[in-house]
Design a protein around this ligand. Structure first.
Ligand code: FAD
Length: 461
């Protein structure tokens, strides 16, 4: 590939063994930076020949240990394959390389008044390849779902003698070419192949939007407002929540034009200029009637950004990390174990109550927030990973949160993936659903794509 595409200095390579949660991998032999598809093919072919484990990586912002290397091998960073190759408005798709960052894609699409609607809170750095492989969702999930709803096709490099590149899926919404292997890649976490190109559906930007950021003293009142909005015909695309402890820490470093006090509820609704005011009035009176003590509204995305309506919510993880640093100091090795369960939206209030009770049982400060519009909750606990006893207790708590999700008809993972943290959880979910045999099927699928087990070994299964 040439020296310019390889880093083998251990002091730099080690930076590619980490992720924001504090999970760390082992040392890597090298980090390689493919710039075109034929580089990826060469990497896969060579890895196959010499039996070298390879770890595909976007920006490594996953929170379940998804892309950290476990065995001495090669990290394949996709950051230089970052071109938007085609924007096709008539056929409603884009063709992109995997290293394109999600916010950058939306900046391009905005020129045509279009958008790619999956927007993780990490979208300023998260890559398309990472989002596909994590099955990512985001703040617009209440209406627009996750990556699996928006992926049409991928080009996938697999680890075989030739480093073959396969075209999976179609450029059209309707597509029946046997088993749906393109969507099998969604959420496969780099264990089946390397995505070298993706074809994604796009959609027009809404004509207009309205937002309301509100704060509630009572969590129960907030949850009632949430259920009433779900029951109404307002059809919001954004329904985000943070409890008051999370709000306190997430807003500490922010200079805000409002006072962030209490439990946070953020609602976004697509409108038209004609319906704007009517919908905003309905929303505001609904929030007031449920006890919101502060309501800040905005017409359109620009006003919402200018008024910093998203700032606290986007700082959710930073707030949790800040608290942990304050609590543990910087001498230990801090970790933030962030859960990613999903329940039917109607069960969110019950899930929040049970998770808070669990925090009391363990004596932890548990931060809770999430994309409640699609039932996705992110309870989190920060701790010192060098304290073995504390670590075990946190793991037990983590396990019990997953049990709550299953009992309420949900799933152990919504968007962050299985990675390292949830392998046991995946097994528990399949057992719970009386479908443990599915694990064997997954192992067979892995073997069919990657017979030597070289792609992101040790993850998911
Ligand atoms: C502050 C913060 C907020 C977040 N908010 C959200 C959120 O709202 N919603 C959400 O879904 N997630 C969220 N995340 C998790 C994460 O950012 C997203 O899932 C994101 O899409 C991952 O992108 P990445 O480029 O960092 O992928 P990485 O972490 O680098 O990789 C993710 C997985 O994909 C594999 N992979 C990467 N590129 C390729 C490729 N080209 N081919 C094959 N496999 C590949 C990796 O091996 C790994 O298993 C958040 C994370 C943080 C730190």
């Amino acid at each position: 590939m040439g020296k310019a595409k390889v880093i083998d200095d251990p002091a730099i390579a080690i930076l590619y063994t980490r992720e924001p949660s504090g999970i760390r991998g082992s040392h890597v032999k090298a980090v390689v930076f493919p710039e075109e598809e034929k580089d990826v093919s060469l990497i896969l072919k060579t890895a196959y020949k010499y039996n070298v484990p390879i770890y595909p990586q976007g920006s490594s912002t996953s929170l379940s240990g998804n892309s950290v290397p476990l065995e001495p091998g090669i990290v394949v960073s996709m950051e230089r394959m970052n071109r938007v190759l085609e924007i096709n408005i008539v056929d409603n798709y884009v063709v992109v390389e995997p290293g394109v960052r999600m916010e950058d894609l939306n900046a391009e699409l905005a020129k045509y008044r279009y958008m790619f609607p999956v927007d993780p809170a990490s979208s300023s750095v998260a890559t398309i390849g990472g989002a596909i492989n994590n099955g990512a969702g985001g703040l617009r999930g209440a209406k627009y779902g996750t990556m699996r709803d928006w992926l049409l096709a991928v080009r996938l490099g697999i680890a075989d003698e030739e480093g073959s590149i396969l075209n999976l899926g179609c450029y059209t919404v309707k597509c029946r070419s046997g088993y749906d292997l393109a969507r099998l890649i969604v959420g496969s976490e780099g264990t089946l192949g390397i995505v070298t190109r993706a074809v994604l559906r796009i959609t027009p930007l809404p004509e207009d939007t309205v937002y309301a950021l509100s704060f509630f003293d009572s969590l129960e009142d907030l949850m009632e407002a949430f259920i009433e909005i779900r029951r109404s015909r307002l059809n919001p695309f954004m329904l985000e929540f943070m409890d008051s402890a999370t709000v306190d820490y997430a807003s500490k470093s922010l200079d805000l034009p409002y006072e962030p006090k209490g439990n946070l509820f953020l609602v976004g609704i697509e409108t038209s200029p004609e319906s704007n005011q009517r919908i905003l009035d309905t929303l505001t009176s609904l929030l007031e009637s449920h006890g919101a003590h502060t309501i800040i509204t905005a017409h359109g995305d620009k006003e919402a950004h200018d008024k910093k309506l998203f700032a606290v919510r986007k700082n959710l993880f930073t707030g949790q990390a800040r608290y942990t640093l304050e609590k543990e100091g910087s001498s230990g090795r801090i970790m933030v174990m962030i859960e990613d369960i999903v329940v039917p939206p109607s069960k969110v209030p019950e899930a929040v109550t049970l998770i808070r009770g669990l925090g009391e049982k363990y004596g932890f400060t548990v931060f809770i927030g999430g994309h409640i519009g699609d039932g996705n909750l992110h309870p989190a606990v920060g701790f010192n990973a060098e304290d073995e006893e504390e670590r075990k207790r946190v793991e037990q708590w983590f396990h019990e949160v997953m049990e709550i999700a299953l009992k309420l008809g949900g799933s152990i993972s919504a968007e962050h993936g299985i990675g390292l943290l949830k392998k046991q959880g995946l097994r528990m979910e399949l057992e719970y659903k009386n479908s443990l045999k599915a694990l064997q099927l997954m192992k067979e699928i892995k073997k069919a794509f990657d017979p030597k087990g070289l792609l992101n070994p040790g993850k998911v299964l």
